[in-house]
Design a protein. Structure first.
Lengths: 255, 250
């Protein structure tokens, strides 16, 4: 039997799921107080972007959440990549500092959020810091694994070729750690975004998560779903971009 | 000085420095006492005295964690084995699983809230879902990476059906599943606490949120430190077991 191509099955699964969901909502088999329909959520999202809505403050919320994401992700990359590579490269750091980092990040990060918002307030800063706390470990862990797996022969070779430290870093270490770095960034982004949204749900004056809570309080289920859809679209989009970068970068092989 | 002693010294210095900075932030009044409790304040008798009154919050939370974890483990492992039975089905579903792992499930929390209400059910369902993926993915990867030579040999020896699972597949999959189960502990605990903090109705999450809203910082820091220390030790113990398991496999 010929089996259809994977993508054909995948696409039909997605279409079928959306269709079933739409029909179930249309005939009120799904409780309309709990579930919006695909059409209504997309329509509400369209209204949110057009500004024709009873739900105020969409653009400021979107702007706040995107700022938090950009700052948190930037900090995660900026701190995580060099620190992770250094940790993996240095054998002593590996046995002395890494266990402390593992211990710190086995704390369920969410219990730290109330402390963070007490100190940094309910605005953007507390979410950025919390996003970093949640997302940093994945980057640290993966970059350190990436630096650890660099074959020692390359290092020996580079020494005998008289490479400087900078050259060693740029020509050997980073290229061979790239797949680890990008997958760390992808995980770090996912966790960081989840942290930011959670923070906005729990205590925040602004942001998409906070707007979802408001819409929920107003029983505006269509808007709740529209905003959830928006968060999922943002997460999916960034993931796609990072996967794209990953596949392009990994084409560049050392050998 | 040997490496072990040296690294223990470095660790001790870092921890002491951390405690010192934390203490000084408070002692020199850099951060207001409404927001920060110093380590010295956490060691006073009054901080310990309040704690027994909070124990029932911990009871609720531990209960939820255990149930959510059991659900995640059963569905994750069974689902992992089912998925890896057919290469075709797995290939079709793989991007959905990866996607499900990558999207922030917290975004869907309002749906759970609407479906299951403000109580334990929502917390358990959310905790189970956060822990599910890592077990599922590890199980699938483990089963799919079973040495193909082993499978060929077992086929030619006529090992089939259940025996193929109990004698060949399970033993080589155990470390992968255990790794998933270990990571799921943190995920489930995190999921349960996130749900409790968002709901603000039950358990340690509610306790932490309430203490923070009422600026009861000493108790807040005490409870947070307790959760943190417990989870650090649990995770270290699990990592220890895991490294032994993989050692035994070699």
């Amino acid at each position: 039997m010929m089996r259809p191509h994977y993508n054909v099955v995948r696409l039909s699964l997605i279409v079928a799921a959306i269709l079933i969901w739409q029909l179930l909502s249309q005939y009120n088999i799904l409780n309309p107080l709990v579930f919006s329909s695909p059409l209504a959520s997309v329509e509400s999202l369209y209204h949110l972007f057009g500004g024709h809505t009873s739900l105020v403050g969409f653009y400021p919320s979107l702007y706040a959440t995107l700022t938090e994401i950009a700052l948190a992700f930037g900090l995660i990359a900026l701190i995580g990549i060099p620190a992770g590579i250094a940790l993996g490269w240095n054998r002593f750091a590996q046995v002395s500092i890494m266990p402390l980092i593992i211990a710190f990040f086995s704390i369920p990060s969410i219990v730290l959020y109330p402390i963070i918002y007490l100190i940094f307030g309910l605005g953007i800063a507390s979410k950025v810091i919390f996003g970093v706390v949640v997302g940093l470990f994945a980057v640290l862990e993966n970059c350190s694994a990436g630096a650890k797996q660099v074959p020692r022969e390359y290092v020996t070779l580079s020494r005998s070729l008289g490479f400087s430290k900078m050259q060693l870093l740029r020509k050997i270490l980073i290229p061979s750690a790239i797949p680890y770095i990008t997958s760390g960034l992808r995980l770090g982004f996912s966790f960081g975004l989840a942290g930011i949204i959670a923070g906005e749900y729990i205590a925040s004056t602004i942001g998409i998560g906070q707007l979802i809570v408001t819409a929920l309080d107003l029983l505006e289920i269509d808007y709740v779903f529209a905003l959830i859809l928006l968060v999922i679209v943002i997460a999916t989009l960034v993931n796609f971009i990072l996967i794209f970068v990953e596949s392009r970068e990994t084409k560049f092989k050392l050998v | 000085m040997d490496t072990r002693l040296k690294s223990a010294t470095v660790q001790a210095v870092i921890i002491l420095l951390f405690l010192l900075v934390w203490q000084l932030l408070r002692s020199w009044n850099i951060v207001n006492h409404l927001f920060l409790a110093a380590p010295s304040e956490l060691l006073t008798r009054s901080a310990f005295a309040a704690f027994p009154g909070y124990l029932h919050y911990f009871g609720t939370t531990v209960n939820e964690i255990l149930i959510a974890y059991a659900i995640a483990a059963v569905i994750g492992i069974l689902g992992g084995f089912l998925l890896s039975r057919s290469n075709y089905v797995y290939k079709v579903l793989e991007p959905f699983i990866v996607w499900g792992y990558a999207i922030p499930k917290i975004a869907l929390f309002p749906v759970f809230l609407k479906l299951f209400g403000l109580g334990s059910t929502t917390v358990i369902v959310y905790g189970a879902i956060t822990g599910l993926f890592v077990i599922l993915i590890n199980t699938v990867t483990g089963v799919r990476e079973v040495d193909s030579h082993l499978l060929t040999v077992s086929t030619s020896l006529g090992i089939k059906g259940t025996k193929r699972y109990t004698k060949v597949i399970f033993p080589s999959v155990v470390p992968a599943i255990f790794s998933g189960l270990r990571q799921a502990v943190i995920q489930v605990v995190l999921g349960v606490l996130v749900a409790e903090l968002v709901l603000n109705t039950i358990g340690v999450g509610d306790l932490i949120d309430t203490l923070s809203y009422s600026f009861n910082v000493v108790d807040l820091y005490f409870v947070v430190a307790t959760v943190a220390l417990v989870m650090i030790f649990v995770n270290l113990a699990l990592l220890n077991v895991e490294s032994r398991l993989s050692f035994w496999r070699r």
